[in-house]
Design a binder for this molecule. Structure first.
Ligand SMILES: Nc1nc2c(ncn2[C@@H]2O[C@H](COP(=O)(O)OP(=O)(O)O)[C@@H](O)[C@H]2O)c(=O)[nH]1
Ligand SMILES: [Mg+2]
Length: 345
């Protein structure tokens, strides 16, 4: 929980005890979050070991002005102002750099929109102090779905996105995209922040992946996620697209990086990759076949003309459709199973 330093003085019977509590910085990226930010900051500051850094991207609603007002009343709040909406990932990177420079031991990510309950913050430190270098607040631990409010479509996308990313990366975590999490200083230092590829949800996936790849322990703890009730989400198609591609990019990057180092792992990844390619090639070939030999129009024409082989041709099309679809499902299932057995942390 804290570091205690003892200074016994030779000529003096008194022992001076200095207790150094490890300090945490809660980084809150904001874009138009004026309505909910005050409550979020006040609720963080109720917890002694936590300071706040807001990284605002020139919010037109004056979020930064509110922060400046709060800063005049507390020296535990800081603000980085950026000129325009530059994305969540780069906002966190700036926040991490600032926090490292100021000497914080823990760097916490938290949203400004009321989705994350600051009263969970002390539990993050308890988990960290049990030997983790990243603790993720998970909405989906132990098969539960701890999400209050929001649309079912968004929830399904989040659940599926997490399943997809964790399988492709072979990481046994339930909520890779969660933005309520705590890193140790050394975990953030282990990541080359210049080299990060992503900026939206994918940023959360990539950070977890890189911390894991650096050999640090990642844990999850349950949180309740409250869907925002004011302001608007900054999720976009671009952010979803980025999160779809990134896990493959990381996985294949790891394959290249690991070449020659870890044969067992490489073998599985190569087989998984070949399986995906084979499945896709099989699907494409089947599509081509349907478009040529299995031409539906041709079958209808032959049936109308009363040519005897139309029934046989139709049966062939139906059977191929089923076997083609089954082959694709099989290939994808095998690929997922193989990937899921990849190196996990
Ligand atoms: N500085 C900054 N913050 C952002 C940006 N995009 C999103 N945020 C903040 O990141 C947090 C999560 O974004 P949000 O829109 O709630 O994402 P959602 O919960 O997935 O819909 C909120 O505090 C946003 O204000 C951005 O481009 N720059
Ligand atoms: Mg939100």
């Amino acid at each position: 929980m804290c570091t205690t330093i003892l200074f016994p003085f030779q000529d003096c019977p008194v022992t001076v005890i200095i207790t150094l509590m490890k300090k945490a910085l809660v980084i809150i990226p904001t874009y138009n979050e004026r309505e909910t930010l005050r409550l979020a900051i006040d609720s963080v500051l109720k917890h002694d070991r936590f300071d706040v850094l807001v990284v605002d991207d020139g919010s037109p609603d004056g979020t930064a002005l509110l922060v400046k007002d709060l800063m005049s009343k507390s020296d535990r709040i800081a603000l980085i102002e950026r000129s325009g909406k530059l994305g969540l990932g780069t906002a966190y990177v700036e926040g991490f750099r600032w926090g490292l420079k100021k000497g914080y031991d823990y760097l916490v990510e938290m949203d400004a929109d009321g989705s994350h309950d600051p009263d969970a913050l002390p539990s993050f430190l308890t988990e960290m102090e049990q030997g983790h270098d990243l603790v993720i607040g998970s909405r989906y631990l132990n098969g539960a779905i701890s999400v209050v409010g929001g649309k079912s479509g968004r929830l399904m996308m989040s659940k599926f996105g997490n399943f997809y990313a964790s399988r492709v990366l072979g990481m046994r975590l339930t909520d890779l995209t969660s933005g309520f999490r705590c890193y140790s200083r050394r975990a953030v230092e282990s990541v080359d922040l210049e080299e990060l590829h992503s900026n939206g949800y994918a940023f959360q996936i990539e950070m977890a992946y890189r911390v894991s790849a650096a050999g640090y322990r990642i844990g999850e703890m349950p949180i309740i996620f409250y869907e925002r009730t004011s302001g608007s989400s900054k999720m976009s198609k671009k952010i979803v697209r980025e999160a779809t591609i990134l896990p493959w990019r990381l996985r294949l990057g790891r394959l290249l990086e690991a070449a020659g180092k870890d044969q067992g792992y490489n073998f599985r990844t190569i087989i998984g990759f070949l399986t995906v390619i084979t499945g896709l090639a099989g699907g494409l070939r089947f599509g081509w076949w349907l478009g040529t030999e299995g031409d539906i129009v041709e079958i209808i024409h032959r049936a109308k003309m009363g040519l005897p082989d139309w029934g046989w041709m139709a049966l062939k099309v139906v059977l191929s459709a089923f076997s083609g679809a089954a082959a694709i499902v099989f290939f994808v299932a095998v690929a997922i199973a193989i990937f899921a057995k990849g190196r996990r942390k």
